[in-house]
Design a protein around this ligand. Sequence first.
Ligand code: BGC
Length: 603
Amino acid sequence: MFKRVGVIILICILSFSTINADQAANSTGTDIDARVKALVEKMTIDEKLGQMVMADKQSARPEDVTEYFLGAIVSSGERMPNRNSQEAWLEVSGSFKKAASSTRLGIPLLCGIDAVHGQNSVYGAVVYPHNIGLGAAADPQLMYELGQATAKEMLATGYNWNFAPCVAVAKDASWGRTYESYGENTQLVNTLLVPYIKAIQENGVAAAAKHYIADGATAWGTGDSGYQIDQGNAAISEEELRKTHLPSYQEAVKAGVKTIMVSYSSWNGLKNHENQYLIQTVLKGELGFRGFVVSDYEAVHQLKNKDFYEQIVATVNAGVDMLMNGMSWQYTIGTLQEAVRRGDIKHERIDDAVGRILRVKLEMGLFDEGIMVRQPATQQLGGAEYRRIAEKAVRESLVLLKNVNNILPLKKNAKLLVMGPAANDVGVQCGGWTLSHSGGTDKESGSKWTKGTTILEGFKRVAEVNGGIITTDVKEAKYAEAVVVVIGERPYVEGHGDDRQLGMYDGTALEENRQAIEAAKATGLPMVVVIVSGRPRNISQEMGAWAAVVEAWLPGSEGGAVADVLYGNYDFTGKLPVTWTDIQGSGKTQPTFPYGFGLKMNK
Ligand code: BGC
């Protein structure tokens, strides 16, 4: 990934504004095609090229949106407003939107963000389980509900474009982005992406199905940007590409997805960003996609044996309509101008790209919203109603892998020892893409990484009202009936999570896992092991000594809900969305657990 260097910007204080003549005229139109055509005809070449570029809010000021006619801004990764509050986010999005509205044609701005498990960049917003857990839950109605809630929390901070859902079909758990995928099965991915896209778009936010295409099929050792597998090469036949990876885009297009983001990865050696066949012929031609195609963050630089000029020309001519060149946006605009002047990018291509972007903005009703007036922060962020949806998602995502002698459900009045490095850490539960690009831990922040309940708090909540006792002190073990050990992975993002070891004590596993497991074992109590991870890790060596094993994935801010299932208030319903394989050195041919595996307590 392009290095994310932050530049501090001045945030303009927002004021009320009025509707200009062009917008007033536009707001009465009904025929979108005609409106697109009329607008494109009115636009100067600079206005058009500006629409095709997305700048990072950290490297562009609101005035730049006015001066360069930028089509979108991205709030990516580590770039949260200094004061991470709803008000601060509203001020940022509002100041940029207002700047767009004061251009000659007042073309409204898209404000894009990775709300990949809730409006996760904003402190206090509800953080849902990462996609892998939702794949285990496999509940389309839940996807609709949490999509709706996510859109509402996005709009409550002024953001109207979500770089989600990731519709990758993940084929290798060593990929650091496995948790961004709903699973390894195309049909499963399709069932979940459709209600999610519908929910967010029906609630006024544009979706971006990503990363086109076969990002989950790259091979270890082929990665880019210094990663091992992320952004690498998918060496697969066209038949396999069409059978396994294309159907999700077909479904997304049918569901009306407004944008599609191209993958950093390559297909058989050619970067997808320059693959005209995949973008123009297949996606726009065969699939009939009418929205617009956006590049990934500064991805153009990865095109091989080309200078920046050639990279931009190749990317746009391959069919990319908007360039997410967050940092190099100004250079990009200059390069586009030169390419058009020299005739290397034709006016028809520019008009097609701009027309697509405008169509999305018109369909979303952004022109008719009235000019960005400051939206008061009345919409509640992190409300109880949304937290209930997240709790349901957590409960449904849990997968029971082992349960000897029916140790689960736990007795609510039992004395239990609850321990392990993932037991009391909201940051670990949330994983990457939480407040910052890579996420973080409660240890790091000195308090809860974001608002929420920990797994330990969930145990205490149930025990307290039922005469149970929860201790976290291993010295108290002799009075306990069982030990619940919560181990897991540290938060990671994208290729930083590439890990081929996948043991419980190496790679992206939490350092304290071993100590916790050994201390729990030494108590002699029956062990209930809960794993907080974005993917299966090898447990077949250790598992024999454990009475019960529960995979909790990355449950997000409402980790307390885990206990409700372990105590039997609900039964397990989650099923593995990926095959659980011991990858390294096990010499095994059979998976530890097959795809779709998941036990119930009450058979
Ligand atoms: C990721 C995308 C993300 C984009 C914007 C990239 O590094 O690959 O998934 O949407 O950044 O944050």
